[in-house]
Design a protein. Structure first.
Length: 346
């Protein structure tokens, strides 16, 4: 969008978002990589997320993620995402979200997109990107072929889709969840999704010991995995749910985050490790540091990637969706959305 006229305002449904993103795992993972590089180069504004919490509903929250991104994407905006864990028992997803895109030149909002799919997509793409970069230095053929999903909700499903959609194949797929029903749900999905022997582990330790790539996607509010010996086979851990691992596990691992200031907040496991040790020395750096060659991942230790989740990723994926829907000619514009446009009346 250019010039300083008022842009039309569009609404993009979840069905349109899904259609724009379906089968695009490689493109979106590349887009997320470019966005991490832009953010690393300082061509973004990404203030801390704002957590709205409720004294009478302590497990619920709504998070605001304002952000601005430069480069080719060049858009500002806000992601507004709710997490109501009780929804799952009622048969609807935990998370719901909208993304507002604002025009770079006028500040006008020009689109409202269904954003639970965008959020899950950028999260999964970032996990797949990390899995790739954190195993690049390994000898040919020694990339993990045993994956374990610790927590088996929507995010776990999306991460599986992005791993397989970016070239990963698994001989063994482990799943573990506090709820046998949820574990069976992901198992049913995986059986249809492709090859790999699937095992449901009731025991968390067995899942971790049987996986060289471990994906945490629970809704745990505080650490529940603290035994360092479970990680003695040095897996790559995608710690997407951020609060599962006790500081001891992080202190025995190589730790990478997406953004240091963001991640060392809100009682994430890295935040707890900082509080425990009084320093940030346990952090090796960011994924962008690895991508730029500033940090090398040593062999012989577990590697833990804890991504806080950056609003700039939602903007980049949201703008991609907006451009796709516009290109397809299906953009649903709300006529006269902005109405009071003459300073002193018509
Ligand atoms: N870092 C990021 O950028 C980012 C982005 C999106 C979501 N997330 C996080 O991913 C997590 C998963 O999201 P979702 O939409 O899949 O949630 P979900 O509610 O659909 O699934 C979570 C699953 O975890 C299971 N679970 C909860 N506690 C557990 C425990 N201690 N051990 C084993 N299983 C446990 C639940 O039974 C459930 O099946 C959430 O914590 C969410 O905040 C992170």
């Amino acid at each position: 969008m250019t010039g300083s006229s008022v842009p039309p305002f569009a609404v993009i449904s979840g069905a349109q978002v899904q259609q724009a993103l379906a089968g695009r795992e490689r493109q979106i993972t590349e887009l997320v990589e470019e966005t991490y590089r832009l953010h690393d180069a300082g061509d973004s504004v990404n203030p801390p997320s704002y957590f709205l919490r409720f004294p009478d509903r302590p497990s619920d929250r709504i998070i605001a993620l304002p952000a601005s991104i430069g480069g080719k994407v060049r858009v500002d905006g806000l992601k507004w995402i709710s997490s109501f864990p009780e929804n799952v028992a009622a048969g609807i997803p935990r998370a719901s979200a909208v993304l507002i895109l604002n025009d770079h030149d006028t500040g006008y909002p020009f689109a409202c997109l269904e954003s639970s799919i965008i959020s899950a997509t950028r999260t999964a793409a970032s996990a797949a990107l990390a899995a790739d970069w954190l195993t690049r230095g390994r000898p040919q053929g020694s990339r993990p072929a045993r994956v374990g999903f610790f927590g088996t909700g929507l995010i776990a499903r999306y991460i599986h889709t992005f791993l397989t959609g970016t070239g990963w194949t698994f001989d063994e797929i482990g799943v573990h969840d506090l709820s046998a029903e949820h574990a069976a749900g992901l198992r049913g999905y995986l059986e249809k999704a492709g090859p790999g022997r699937i095992t449901v582990y009731e025991d968390a330790e067995q899942l971790i010991r049987s996986s060289d790539l471990v994906v945490f996607a629970t809704i745990a509010g505080e650490p529940h995995v603290s035994d360092v010996s479970w990680f003695e086979h040095n897996p790559v851990v995608l710690h997407v749910s951020l609060r599962d691992l006790a500081p001891e596990v992080l202190l025995a691992s190589t730790n990478l985050v997406d953004d240091v200031e963001h991640c060392l907040k809100a009682n994430t496991s890295p935040h707890l490790a900082e509080q425990l040790t009084g320093s940030r020395d346990f952090l090796a750096g960011t994924l962008a540091d690895v991508m730029a060659g500033r940090v090398t991942v040593p062999a012989g230790r577990p590697v833990v990637f804890s991504p806080f989740g950056l609003g700039v990723l939602d903007l980049a994926v949201g703008k991609y969706v907006y451009d796709e829907v516009t290109r397809s000619g299906d953009l649903h514009v709300i006529d006269d959305f902005f109405h009071e446009l003459k300073r002193y009346g018509a």
